[in-house]
Design a protein around this ligand. Structure first.
Ligand code: MGD
Ligand code: MGD
Ligand code: MGD
Ligand code: SF4
Ligand code: W
Length: 729
């Protein structure tokens, strides 16, 4: 019986795993009390993890595409040495011709959690700044803005909160079960709950106050709440005076958001908004656990910054309901392993995205180098606060497709489905098609891998010992034991990184011969080796008392919480949050709304999947075999669309095909479409739209033109502010 961090999704419940007599692995809830996972926390994705691990479609050997055209599905099994030798040879030629920055990489640290910064180290030593991730629009960007406000990511402690504010977090038995259980436990002891969600979800039904706001208007709602909290003198005056800068400017700004105006923008009742603000400020300590909805909006920057401001001015940061994360105090930090100092300044300056959207790139984040060194030590000058120093995905795909501002000709993707995980999927496809070398490290031939030259087989979480998470900013780390050896010739991520590094002449910088040595290095400050270390479930990180009298302060340029952001101002952006109506809504473009009468909400999560994972035939896929769109029955009737029929959903950008379901919880006049749907049972390649990815995935209807990007971060809007129509196939 082993304790394992479930990595079937990103909340990482700790579960128990056991090999049964028939060789199958049974996963179940952890039977002993665990410090970070409440009892009874397991969902169907984890229960079925072994069906994915042992799936007949899993890639177990390195594969080479021997077809004459990219995307032709002619796979030949080769040895690891052949694959790595050929990849390194090709990469050397590409670098010699176009420069090291012609290599771009996407990685999902969520899905692997086992390289501790060595991939960035490899890239930094090669000389390319072009690392990106789908985390650009999922928590990676949030953590960048938390940093702008108070120096690092703030982690909501459910146990220490007396009031929780949820932003469309649709938790349930199969969506982040451990957090759902933590919520239920908090409510049981009397914690209040405020939910902002256009849909009447199960969590909304559990709330003390449910605010059914119009999609994408969260920033306005928060500005209204701040208005109440300031004007009714409900804020923590001492904390604001001692530890915040820009309060007067903020006070002036929120006068532009009186409740009647906010009610009009959001569609919520003014008195209910007021009640929520008062509850948040007076029933605390209050917290706002991270949620993805505000990461994917036209007003994302303002919505995230306004949350930070609410946490600060109500005293939550000081009271412990929100914990400011840091590099784990007991480990060698990821930042130290990454070696960003090895990447020359002139390469940092050309990271893709720097020109148009510098905020999350090296350029925007450089303002935090000195503050991070001051608070966390010189070795954490490049503090890896969740995801950090990211190339902008739109600009990355554009450079891949059009070779502007310079050519990107080699693309590596590590456990991320880059084709499907952003917006403007055709541009991603064009970028992939224009590469001289594409390498995918994955468990399956996903639609991105179908475009690769080489697929390298990755191990599964039941097959690797790790200490999670792979990033910094979370105040604890959990141990995950290895249950079985990797299947076939699957290897861990560090193996791939190191073997490539050796072939690129960088061996001296990778002294750890294998993952075990690397992990022992990471945990070496504890004085334990892995054998001993893994016996303990959790290693909490010591958190400094940032706000003690004469304390160290936070890692912002001023050392204080920047309600008015000097970094945003320095980049030429509005230093305070605001709300601006997106370009495509029935309010801003009533003419267009006549042709496209529906408001689109993309990125629907489904119980049996995790983004684009687990679509393979089997018990998980059987739960929801088809990609489904949701419409309110009345809206569907008015459009003449019966439930159970296939429909086209079309925007000004493109269209996709979905099975319609009527759903009374969906607000009238809106349509909800899923993310990540493809059909692995179909042949791969262009004829089938890469197994249906070009027919069913939300990124087919999402534009990444400027009008649909958040203007500060340059990330696409998925929530409100996109008009759509639906019609029969
Ligand atoms: P359950 O056994 O219902 O399975 O998967 P699950 O719903 O995950 O619950 C798992 C654990 O969660 C149990 O320990 C239970 O005590 C706890 N639990 C359940 N509900 C709650 C709750 O509301 N609150 C709390 N606190 N704990 C709860 C079902 C899943 O099983 C599904 S949907 C399918 S399709 C799969 N079917 C399937 C199969 O056909 N064969 C095999 N071998 N495995 C299967 N697993 C999957
Ligand atoms: P996934 O679809 O989870 O996406 O973005 P990604 O992390 O890029 O793809 C993960 C891939 O990793 C799969 O192919 C899977 O087979 C593989 N994989 C899983 N586990 C392992 C492993 O252990 N080892 C290896 N080697 N491979 C593994 C997710 C991201 O996408 C997120 S979190 C969000 S919130 C965003 N959502 C979103 C959206 O809703 N719409 C659009 N259009 N884009 C989105 N992008 C973001
Ligand atoms: P969604 O399901 O996208 O995200 O998890 P959730 O936060 O639950 O949306 C949840 C709710 O947000 C919906 O009820 C919707 O009505 C509401 N909403 C939509 N737009 C807005 C808006 O503009 N404002 C507000 N306030 N609410 C809005 C996301 C999380 O889930 C993520 S990021 C990942 S990567 C994981 N993915 C995942 C999965 O794929 N499958 C399962 N089963 N669980 C998952 N958990 C994780
Ligand atoms: Fe695993 Fe399910 Fe927990 Fe996600 S919610 S970590 S898939 S058990
Ligand atoms: W996510």
């Amino acid at each position: 019986k082993k304790h394992v961090v479930c990595q079937s999704c990103d909340i990482n419940c700790v579960v128990e795993a056991e090999v049964k007599a028939d060789g199958k692995i049974q996963t179940r809830c952890i039977s002993e009390p665990h410090p970070t996972t409440p009892p009874n926390s397991i969902c169907m994705k984890s229960v079925n993890a072994d069906t994915i691990r042992t799936h007949k479609d899993r890639v177990l050997y390195p594969l080479k595409n021997v077809g004459s055209k990219r995307g032709e599905q002619k796979w030949e099994r080769i040895s690891w040495d052949q694959a790595l030798d050929e990849i390194a040879e090709k990469l050397k030629k590409i670098i010699a011709k176009y420069g090291p920055e012609s290599l771009a990489v996407t990685q999902s640290e969520i899905n692997i959690q086992s390289e501790y910064g060595t991939l960035r180290r490899f890239m930094n030593l090669l000389g390319t700044p072009n690392w990106s991730a789908a985390m650009y629009m999922c928590i990676g960007n949030t953590s960048g803005l938390h940093r702008a406000t108070y120096g690092s990511y703030s982690f909501a402690s459910f146990d220490d909160s007396n009031c929780l504010l949820f932003i469309g977090k649709n938790l349930g038995q199969h969506n982040w079960i451990s957090q759902y259980n933590a919520l239920k436990a908090a409510l049981k002891r009397g914690c209040k709950l405020i939910v902002l969600d256009p849909r009447r979800t199960k969590v909304a039904e559990m709330a003390d106050i449910w605010l059914p706001l119009r999609y994408g208007t969260d920033a306005a709602l928060f500005l209204g709440m701040i208005n109440v909290i300031i004007n009714e003198q409900l804020y923590d005056k001492e904390f604001v005076e001692n530890w915040c800068v820009g309060f007067e400017e903020l006070k002036e700004r929120v006068q532009e958001y009186p409740l009647d105006k906010v009610a009009e923008i959001t569609g919520c009742d003014a008195e209910e908004i007021r009640k929520a603000a008062v509850m948040f400020a007076t029933e605390g300590p209050a917290s706002i656990p991270w949620a993805v909805s505000t990461d994917m909006q036209k007003n994302s920057t303002s919505a995230i910054r306004a949350q930070c401001i609410l946490r600060a001015i109500t005293g939550s940061l000081k009271q412990g309901a929100e914990l400011l994360g840091l590099p784990h105090s007991e480990f060698v930090s990821v930042s130290q392993i990454q070696m960003h100092e090895a990447l020359p300044e002139e390469k940092k300056k050309i990271q893709l995205g720097t020109e148009r959207y510098p905020l999350l790139t090296y350029t925007g984040m450089s303002a935090f180098e000195e503050p991070s060194a001051r608070v966390y030590g010189e070795e954490n000058r490049y503090f890896h606060n969740m995801a950090a120093f990211m190339a902008n995905p739109t600009d990355m795909f554009t450079a891949m497709a059009s070779e502007k501002p310079y050519p990107v000709k080699a693309f590596f993707t590590f456990a991320s489905n880059a084709l499907m995980g952003f917006a403007n999927q055709e541009n991603a496809l064009a970028g992939l098609m224009n590469q001289e070398l594409v390498v995918c490290y994955d468990q399956f031939i996903n639609p991105t891998a179908q475009l690769a030259d080489y697929i390298l087989p990755g191990d599964h979480w039941l097959e690797r010992p790790v200490v999670t998470p792979n990033w910094e900013g979370i105040p604890f780390a959990n141990t995950s034991q290895q249950v079985v050896e990797p299947a076939g010739e699957a290897k861990d991520e560090y193996y791939v990184v190191r073997e490539l590094a050796i072939r690129m002449g960088l061996e001296e910088h990778f002294p750890w011969k294998d993952r075990a040595e690397l992990m022992n290095y990471r945990i070496s400050p504890t004085g334990k080796d892995w054998e001993e270390f893994q016996k303990q479930f959790t290693y909490p990180s010591n958190i400094p008392d940032y706000f003690a009298p004469g304390g160290v302060g936070v890692a912002t340029p001023s050392g204080k919480v920047e309600l008015y952001s000097s970094v945003l101002e320095g980049l030429g952006y509005d230093p305070l949050p605001y709300y601006k109506e997106p370009e495509q809504t029935p309010i801003s473009d009533p003419e267009l709304a006549k042709e496209y009468p529906l408001t689109l909400f993309a990125g629907l999560r489904e119980d049996p999947g995790f983004n684009s994972c687990y679509m393979q035939e089997g018990p998980l896929r059987n739960v929801e075999p088809d990609p489904v769109a949701l419409l309110h029955p009345k809206t569907a009737q008015s459009l003449g669309l019966p439930s159970g029929e296939w429909i086209w959903v079309e925007t000004t950008h493109g269209r996709l095909k979905l099975l319609l379901k009527h759903d009374g919880a969906q607000p009238e006049g809106t349509i909800r479409i899923p993310h990540g749907r493809w059909c692995p049972e179909q042949e791969g390649g262009p004829e089938t739209g890469f197994s249906g990815a070009m027919l069913h995935n939300d990124a087919m209807v999402l534009s990444d033109d400027d009008w649909n990007l958040d203007p500060e971060q340059g990330l696409p809007n998925l929530r409100g502010g996109i008009l759509a129509k639906a019609y029969k196939c």
